[in-house]
Design a protein around this ligand. Structure first.
Ligand SMILES: [Zn+2]
Length: 412
């Protein structure tokens, strides 16, 4: 096991005037306390504590200052303070919450005064979704965080650390690809080919697909009813409970996917590339699937970080027609029923096949044909990619507009 550390970048989404004022108050108090402790040349945590304790700040900011000021005065021997220091908080100060049903899915708790904090919607860097899922599940540890404003936009950067398993240096040809299909009928389907190239050991999480559909339906019906009655608060706590149930199930399923991979010799998990999903699907297929974009992104992110924990490589493949082509002859077929794929090629021996397994094998074969790529090298690229758009339901015009406004840079 080795430890991997990363700075998670979040942009705070359109704070209202009240919240902006609170953020500025925190920053002002923090900077005054910092300046004060610096001017008094505090070289120990105790000295710094005696100064910062008088300021109207949360304990998380004060504790961060106690550590930071002696570093400035002793280690760096700074003559004067640069202005524009980010507000630092110790690790316990920040909390995340995930509401996949909202256009802005992530919420972050930011300390303000001693007993007062702000919950704010935040847009994370979509490339770091696996990290957020890990933090949210308690599988990554948070370190110090920094709050700052740039060009009128507020950002929060959070340091996070997680364990990464040893990865064997196996050449790509020797790896056994396992296709992971995320779908409607079966929530997740995995399959791979044996030494002779025959599809083997398909595993389907079909009951879970049913349960998720039922929970989502319950959620949307019930919250609509509660909202029309004006019970926003009840609707929200009801929603939290249902989404937590879904998230728990997602975590169990993604753990089991990784256990499946561990049972295969030299495995590589192959996921559909979310960034291609929209452009490679026809309209109907896209409309169908985009409603479940949050599910795709969440499951992918959880599989990603859990696989990496076990040292299992993850690759992505172009998802074009993976659910529509016959895995034997490549002909585009059709689905007479949700769970059945029918090949229309008379010369093909395959008549009907389980549709999700057919999809999973096609994903497996994309890796074998070289139509896949590792995302590893892109990880350092901070640009927001299309994948981010698919992480939230985009059911209304208003949502789409919010998405427009909140995409973009993740200042670092
Ligand atoms: Zn066929």
């Amino acid at each position: 096991m080795t430890e991997l550390t990363k700075t998670l970048e979040l942009k705070l989404v359109d704070p209202n005037a009240h919240k902006r004022r609170k953020l500025r108050e925190t920053r002002e108090a923090y900077q005054h306390a910092l300046q004060d402790a610096f001017n008094q040349n505090c070289t120990t945590q105790t000295e710094a504590n005696d100064v910062v304790v008088n300021y109207d700040l949360s304990g998380y900011a004060k504790n961060a200052l106690k550590k930071y000021v002696p570093q400035l005065t002793t280690t760096y021997n700074a003559g004067e303070l640069q202005d524009d220091h980010p507000v630092r908080f110790t690790n316990e100060g920040i909390r995340f919450d995930h509401k996949p049903e909202n256009a802005i899915e992530w919420y972050v708790k930011i300390p303000h005064h001693e007993d007062y904090h702000l919950w704010m919607p935040a847009q994370p860097n979509p490339e770091q979704r696996d990290w957020l899922e890990a933090v949210n599940a308690g599988d990554a540890k948070m370190g110090e965080s920094q709050l700052f404003e740039r060009d009128g936009t507020w950002y929060l950067h959070v340091t996070a650390t997680r364990d990464v398993g040893e990865r064997s240096e196996m050449s790509a040809e020797k790896l056994t690809p396992i296709g992971v299909d995320i779908g409607e009928a079966s929530l997740v389907t995995v399959c791979h080919r044996d030494d002779h190239g025959s599809p083997t050991a398909p595993e389907l999480w079909a009951d879970e697909g049913k349960t998720v559909r039922r929970l989502r339906k319950t959620y949307f019906t019930a919250t609509r009813r509660l909202q029309t009655r004006g019970s926003e608060r009840i609707a929200e706590s009801f929603g939290d409970d249902l989404w937590n149930q879904i998230d728990d199930m997602f975590h169990r399923v993604t753990r089991e996917v990784v256990v499946y991979a561990e049972s295969v010799e030299n495995p590589v998990l192959v996921l559909e590339d979310l960034t291609y999903i929209r452009e490679s699907m026809d309209y109907g297929e896209y409309m169908n699937r985009r409603l479940h974009g949050w599910g795709f992104a969440k499951l992918h992110a959880q599989i990603r970080y859990k696989a990496v924990e076990k040292g299992i490589p993850v690759e992505t493949a172009n998802p074009r027609h993976t659910s529509k082509e016959c895995h034997v002859c490549g002909e585009v077929g059709y689905r007479p029923r949700q769970a059945t794929f029918t090949c229309t090629n008379d010369a093909c021996w395959m008549g009907e096949y389980q549709a999700d397994v057919n999809g999973a094998i096609n994903i497996t074969d994309r890796y074998l044909s070289g139509e896949s790529h590792s995302r590893e090298h892109e990880n350092d690229d901070d640009s927001a990619e299309d994948g981010g758009r698919l992480t939230a339901p985009q059911d209304s015009h208003a949502d789409a507009k919010t998405q427009q406004e909140t995409r973009g840079t993740y200042a670092s």
